[in-house]
Design a protein around this ligand. Structure first.
Ligand SMILES: Nc1ncnc2c1ncn2[C@@H]1O[C@H](COP(=O)(O)OP(=O)(O)OP(=O)(O)O)[C@@H](O)[C@H]1O
Ligand SMILES: [Mg+2]
Length: 374
């Protein structure tokens, strides 16, 4: 499956825009603020029902308008699929697949996958534990519906338990209720840890392969700062923490507190990583994500590279292009790649335009909404 057509209405600075894509490489270029990242954001909305930039969908709606619409046509050898998503100012979301309204965003997830590499994503290596949990939760949800279901269930229980903790002094709830949330928290939490550990182990194995193939002498390791608890351990800890949880009005132990560390040459990358090292580690994590999605779902995700080549030095971007070319030849099919840049010189330097592949380039004009094919 690849994205063949994209239409945007009242999406950030775009009033109306229609873009056609090939199954190979498309470069979208234009000045700062011309709406390049917004186009990649719209493609992610089609894939996940959500933006990679914000969880406040309202802020995406073009100023002065009441809602945005994104439409996409996805093609494969023998299938055509149309997806349309509308979001209103009132936070109402309507999703249609081939004209039929779906009631749950989950039906969308895992269908037309994308892997995004954008400056915003640098939070994955530079940010706190929450950012890394988000990276792995998203990936594991895409490749395993059971993971997504378990995660959503766990988050619902957590919300209810926290609400109960908050109202403890007011309502003086009895112990029966306390035990009810705790039992659910432990049962679902342990299941989530179990699934997370399985996928995490696979991810680490794939990362080693990717590093080798990418041909970089870099030493990266990933690990949980604390091991997942067994059912008995989690039960004990929840009981032990209950007084503290009531005071703090939140649940202090469980998979929602997992901390995954990224080590670079045996040291936490957040303490030692240079800008370039952060970029390269993020790139390797994303390429691993791509391989895992391909392996698990059988379909190749679309790769969205936002402003990448201005962020990687020449040597690294050349390596990335070589890696993608190698991946394509082993797959025997193109990897749909959509790249944004402010200036085509960076792309030319990377060696991308020198290869024999046909590459489409589009220029986004800042003040008028026309897209000129180059
Ligand atoms: N809801 C909105 N309504 C109108 N304009 C918006 C909205 N949200 C963002 N914008 C504007 O849309 C423009 C496009 O932003 P975008 O991030 O897509 O640009 P870009 O081409 O990626 O720029 P850069 O090269 O700086 O990364 C920006 O000027 C931004 O301020
Ligand atoms: Mg941008």
């Amino acid at each position: 499956m690849y994205l063949s057509k994209l239409s945007l209405f009242s999406f950030r600075n775009h009033t109306e825009k229609n873009i056609s894509f090939s199954s190979g490489v498309t470069v979208i270029w234009g000045q700062n603020g011309s709406g390049k990242t917004s186009i990649l954001e719209a493609i992610t909305v089609l894939s996940m029902g959500k933006s990679f930039k914000t969880h406040k969908q309202k802020t995406i709606i073009k100023k002065g308008k009441n809602g945005f619409i994104v439409k996409g046509v996805f093609l494969s050898k023998n299938k055509k699929e149309q997806i349309a998503i509308q979001n209103t100012k009132q936070n109402k979301q309507l999703i249609k697949i081939n004209g039929k309204t779906i009631t749950n965003r989950k039906e969308l997830i895992g269908k037309n996958n994308v892997v995004v590499l954008s400056p915003e994503d640098q939070k994955t290596t530079k940010g706190g534990p929450k950012e890394r949990r988000l990276f792995f939760d998203r990936l594991f949800s895409v490749i395993n519906i059971e993971y997504l279901n378990t995660l959503q269930r766990y988050n619902r229980i957590l919300k209810q338990r926290n609400a109960w903790l908050s109202s403890f002094y007011k309502t003086k709830q009895n112990e029966v209720l306390e035990n009810q949330w705790d039992k659910l928290l432990v049962d679902v939490g342990v299941k989530l840890w179990d699934l997370k550990n399985q996928h995490f182990f696979e991810f680490k194995k794939e990362l080693v392969r990717v590093i080798k193939e990418y041909n970089d002498n870099i030493n990266i390791d990933l690990f949980f700062s604390e091991d997942a608890l067994t059912k008995e351990e989690f039960e004990k800890k929840t009981k032990k923490n209950i007084k503290r949880d009531i005071v703090l009005k939140r649940t202090t132990a469980g998979p929602h507190k997992d901390n995954i560390n990224i080590l670079l040459y045996d040291k936490d990358i957040r303490d030692v990583g240079s800008q370039g090292e952060h970029k390269i580690v993020l790139t390797l994590l994303k390429l691993t994500e791509m391989n895992i999605i391909k392996k698990k779902t059988g379909t190749q995700p679309t790769l969205l590279l936002d402003d990448l080549f201005s962020k990687l030095d020449l040597n690294k971007s050349k390596k990335l292009v070589a890696f993608l070319n190698k991946m394509e030849s082993s797959l025997g099919e193109p990897i749909q790649t959509i790249i944004t840049t402010t200036d085509l010189v960076n792309i030319k330097k990377s060696g991308l335009l020198l290869s024999d592949k046909k590459i489409n380039t589009y220029k986004l004009e800042t003040n008028c909404n026309t897209l000129l094919a180059q």
